[in-house]
Design a protein around this ligand. Structure first.
Ligand SMILES: *Cc1c(COP(=O)(O)O)cnc(C)c1O
Length: 425
């Protein structure tokens, strides 16, 4: 599919959809309907992924076992609840390029970031800074600032922001590495998004991990916009930790359980400070009282509470589909589909909008962020009324993601037609 010369006519989109080996996966998801009862052009998988049609059956299975078995379901449900989270371990590990012991599905994203910082942000008088992206996602910003304050430091002097060059929207790899090299001695933790939520820029996570570790910094990634979107090799890239939510590209459903990665080299670091709970404790003695906390080895040792089974059940439905489709094939289609969208947008180039996401596929995932010069919010509302769904961010950014698992070339074609028509008005 890659290397295909794109064309601007609708027949091209139709041909590409007919040849798409992943095209049938679209029918495994529910699409919100327009007023006329048609499937909408849904380009918002970066915010909330669509519902797999099998999710309901997965959830109903657990509701049924709960109804029929009550507390016995912990041991005797068709999929016993006690080890239920492990049903997700294999697929999660392969999705992020980790070993099974390095990942766990638990809590929500911001909670996991806090738990990770409790263990891995260990500021000292001379080394207390956290390096983040400028305009990081609000939740990450609050989490980081509150951690800094929790340790008695001042965010003004302890939060260091990566900033693009003036007149640019995205960060350059060499600038990031230069900053780490220059300031590394005072940086306790580097915490960046793997893919920036606003610009859609994908960072060189391997390079950043290497540069950070060379300077003695701890390195963590927020993979909210990267998991299920771009290829990840966390074990080999070797950051210390990572966390991601599962309701964006992973289609787990609103507020679904998040993921967490702790590199193998910390698997048995029982001396790391951590906020503990019974689910992170040695399984053999989990139900006993009067014991010292003894963490399970690996990422599971950071669990706090018993997990929400109904949410995990919904996530299983989607992870099964990811397993079938495979990240390699998804990535190949993603590069093609996003390249096609960029091609069509450039064909309709106008001073009314620009694309701020990098053009190089290695520096982006599915998402394109468009800067709309005038009346952007109105324009997005108009598109939404026509059944074309993207995401508007004040003051001027329209974010759209053609998701390879369920979006088609025709979706992209129709979106660009509607956008161009609205811009021309
Ligand atoms: C979506 C997103 C979040 C959301 O955090 P929750 O804890 O899941 O509510 C946080 N950070 C980033 C970068 C995100 O993209």
């Amino acid at each position: 599919m890659n290397g295909t010369k794109f064309r601007t006519d609708l027949e091209f989109a139709t041909e590409m959809d007919q040849r798409d080996p992943l095209g049938h996966f679209r029918h495994r998801f529910y699409f919100p309907k327009t007023k006329n009862g048609e499937e909408s052009i849904y380009l918002c998988g970066h915010s909330l992924g669509l519902q797999p049609k099998t999710a309901q059956a997965y959830v109903e299975q657990e509701l049924r076992d709960w109804a029929e078995l009550g507390v016995e379901g912990h041991f005797h449900a068709r999929n016993p609840w006690l080890p239920y989270h492990r049903l997700l371990t294999g697929q999660t590990a392969s999705l992020v390029g980790a070993q099974p012991g390095e990942v766990v599905v638990m809590n929500s994203l911001t909670v996991n970031l806090h738990l990770m910082m409790v263990s891995f942000y260990r500021p000292t008088k001379t080394c207390h800074k956290i390096l983040v992206e400028r305009g990081a996602f609000p939740s990450d910003q609050y989490a980081v600032e509150s951690q800094v304050r929790f340790h008695g430091y001042d965010p003004d002097s302890s939060v260091l922001e990566l900033t693009p060059r003036s007149g640019e929207w995205c960060m350059r790899d060499e600038d990031i590495e230069l900053l780490i090299d220059r300031e590394g001695e005072s940086i306790a933790l580097i915490l960046l998004g793997g893919v920036n939520y606003a610009t859609g820029q994908a960072f060189d996570m391997e390079g950043i991990s290497k540069a950070g570790h060379k300077k003695g910094c701890v390195v963590g990634f927020d993979l909210a916009h990267a998991a299920g979107n771009v290829p990840l090799h966390l074990h080999d890239w070797a950051p210390d930790f990572a966390a991601w939510c599962s309701y964006k590209y992973l289609n787990g459903g609103p507020g679904c359980v998040a993921g967490c990665f702790v590199h193998e080299r910390h698997a048995r670091s029982v001396d790391l400070p951590r906020f503990a709970g019974w689910w992170g404790h040695n399984e053999a003695t989990r139900f006993q009282t009067g014991l010292r906390f003894h963490p399970v080895a690996g990422a599971e040792g950071w669990q706090v509470s018993n997990p929400p089974i109904l949410a995990l059940a919904a996530l299983r439905a989607s992870m099964e589909i990811f397993g079938e489709a495979g990240m390699d094939r998804l990535r190949r289609k993603s590069e093609s589909l996003t390249g096609y969208m960029e091609f069509l947008l450039r064909h309709h180039a106008s001073p009314e909008f620009s694309i701020i996401t990098p053009s190089d596929p290695r520096h982006r995932g599915s998402q394109l962020s468009l800067r709309i010069r005038r009346r952007g919010r109105k324009l997005c509302e108009k598109l939404a009324a026509e059944g074309v769904i993207g995401d508007w961010r004040e003051p001027d950014t329209f974010r759209v993601a053609p998701v390879p698992l369920y979006n088609s070339y025709r979706d992209v074609y129709v979106f660009v037609q509607c956008l161009a028509a609205a811009l021309a008005e």
